[in-house]
Write a protein that binds this ligand. Structure first.
Ligand code: VGL
Ligand code: ZN
Length: 196
């Protein structure tokens, strides 16, 4: 049994959004066209409270893009994005979201970030995604979404480590920067994740 995992396809990560991924909108038609070929389609939503630690705006004298350490974890400071229940955290209208069976919310805790759709960055809290897939007898997952170099990358690592046969779909992902996206694809391949 296979599942399609859609990572953070939300307005704020699309062109015009507060943390836009260039050409992020190009994946939507590709995603829509493959959803019917999976036993299960699940999605994650980046879902932050306003006071989230990953927002530069919540730190004095810090700028977007700066790297800091919080609770022993590296943290990049981002512009405010995907604030829960805002327009920016919604799925884009063009996405066939009625075909998504279940949504998992990540980054919900104000004091820790969560790039992976499975666990937060400290691996303290699970979103429930792994258990859901295992209970549904899924052994293979294909991953699409945004952004390749952050949330798609760490979700694919966790999927692989949770023993799912894992592929990342090139036509269904886009990255924030060219260099980190190249590195992400290389790290995925080295781990045993298929890039197809
Ligand atoms: C993401 C940065 C911050 C992502 C989420 O979905 O890749 N990146 N929050
Ligand atoms: Zn985020």
């Amino acid at each position: 049994m296979n599942a399609l995992i859609l990572i953070d396809i939300q307005n704020d990560f699309l062109p015009g959004g507060s943390l836009e991924v260039s050409k992020g909108d190009e994946i939507i038609d590709n995603v829509n066209s493959i959803m019917d070929s999976y036993n299960i389609v699940v999605a994650t939503k980046d879902w932050h409270p306003k006071n989230h630690i990953s927002f530069a705006s919540n730190h004095k004298n810090k700028k977007t893009g700066q790297k800091i350490i919080i609770n022993n974890l590296d943290q990049i400071l981002w512009p405010d994005h995907c604030i829960k229940d805002s327009k920016g955290s919604e799925f884009p209208e063009k996405l066939d979201s009625h075909k998504i069976h279940k949504i998992f919310y990540k980054g919900v805790d104000s004091n820790i970030d969560s790039y992976s759709g499975f666990y937060d960055n400290g691996k303290i809290r699970s979103t429930g995604l792994s258990n859901f897939l295992k209970k549904s007898n899924i052994n293979q997952v294909d991953i699409g979404g945004l952004a390749t170099d952050y949330c798609v990358k760490y979700s694919s690592f966790d999927a692989f480590n949770e023993c799912f046969k894992t592929s990342v779909l090139r036509s269904c992902v886009r990255g924030i920067s060219v260099e980190t996206t190249e590195t992400a694809f290389k790290e995925m391949k080295d781990m045993g994740i298929s890039i197809i």
